[in-house]
Each structure stands twice: as C-alpha cells, then as structure tokens.
Design a protein around this ligand. Structure first.
Ligand SMILES: [Fe+2]
Ligand SMILES: [Fe+2]
Length: 208
C-alpha cells in the first residue's frame, strides 16, 4: 500500500506549491534556507560583476597573450559559476534582484576595477585578490551547507575547486611578472577557453 511508504508524505500538503520540501529538508537538518539564499545572491553577484570586470582586465593585458588566455579562462568560469548557482536561489525561495545596480552593490567581493596604472603587474595583483575573495566566499558557503544542504554544498564545492585553481594561476603569473620567480601552479591549459571542469554540468554528464 502506497500510504505506508516512509517518505510518501510529510509536512507539506499534497499539491501545495507554496512550500518546498527541498527547503524543509534543509531546515530539518539545522540549516537556514533564507540565510543560505541571501549568501548565494551576494556570492553570484560577485561572480557576475567579476565576469564583467575581468573582461576589461583581459583587454588591458594587451600584448601579453599568455596572461590574456589565463584571464579568459578565469573570466568565463566566473560566468559559469553565476549560471550554476542562479537556479538554486529560486529553489530556495528567492529571486535575482530586479535592479542590476542593487545586484552589483551587494556582491560579496570588491569591484575588480582596472588599476590606475594598468601595468601587467598591477592587473595580475587585482586578479589574484579577486580570486582570493572568491575562495573565501565559497568556503563560507561550503561551511554553511556541509551538514544541512547537500545540493548547495555540491555546487559551492565545485566552484571552490576552480577558485583555488584560479588563485594558483595568478600566483604563478604574478611571481614571474613582478618577482621574476618560478612559483608553479602545476597547471597547463584548460581544454577550451572557460572549460570549467568542475562547474559545468555537461562535463559531468558527457560520456568519454
Ligand atoms: Fe568564480
Ligand atoms: Fe575565479
């Protein structure tokens, strides 16, 4: 008898679209969907604005083809991070701010503006600090969700993996550019620009 099934019913009435079991399940395990959702909007605000600012930073690395290529990967992966997490905001009962200015203002990281003196060294330092802010942001989301929200935790930890890559890339480039030092990231190239090996779903679903 289907009525006897352990998970066949719960606190949300059958057919009730005003509530989400996906949020209830987070609460039941001690999480705060509201708080997670607000933190995610701040975090993807930073991904979205960083995508924009990196476009300009990449352009100003004119003539530095290797720096441009790495910046392009980081730029496109930030867009992938925005895309990956955006639906989760809605699943948690939220929505994107209607005003893009409000969205940019609440971003969890500073604007990665073009430095006043846009030398490769200064641009690489701006890029490095933006990546560090992203690591701190997604580490916070991982900590908030590890025990209560496996879906958000999975998304955040995939992004975290790429942000740690990005930091290592810019440490390598800045060390060479500014200090004439080898400080390897151990990385060669992504397969395609903005490959996003952890945060694009197609990479998980494609067969080899
Ligand atoms: Fe990112
Ligand atoms: Fe990044």
């Amino acid at each position: 008898m289907s009525d006897d099934k352990k998970h066949g019913s719960g606190n949300v009435s059958p057919g009730d679209t005003s509530q989400r079991v996906g949020m209830e399940a987070v609460r039941r395990r001690g999480g705060e969907p509201e708080e997670i959702k607000e933190t995610l909007i701040d975090a993807i605000g930073a991904e979205f604005t960083t995508y924009y600012y990196y476009t300009n930073l990449r352009c100003w690395l004119a003539g530095e083809e290797d720096y441009k290529e790495i910046t392009e990967d980081a730029r496109l992966e930030d867009r992938a991070h925005f895309e990956l997490v955006m639906p989760r905001v809605y699943e948690l009962g939220g929505q994107l701010p209607n005003d893009i200015r409000a969205f940019a203002d609440r971003a969890s990281c500073p604007d990665a503006e073009l430095p006043e003196d846009p030398t490769p060294e200064n641009i690489l330092e701006t890029l490095l600090e933006a990546e560090r802010c992203a690591i701190r942001t997604w580490a916070e989301v991982c900590d908030m969700t590890r025990d209560c929200d496996p879906r958000t935790y999975d998304l955040a930890s995939r992004i975290y993996n790429e942000e740690v890559d990005h930091e290592a890339w810019f440490i390598e480039l800045l060390s060479r550019e500014r200090d004439d030092e080898a400080n390897p990231a151990g990385h060669f190239v992504r397969g395609e620009p903005g490959d996003a090996p952890y945060s694009k779903n197609h990479d998980f679903n494609e067969s080899a």
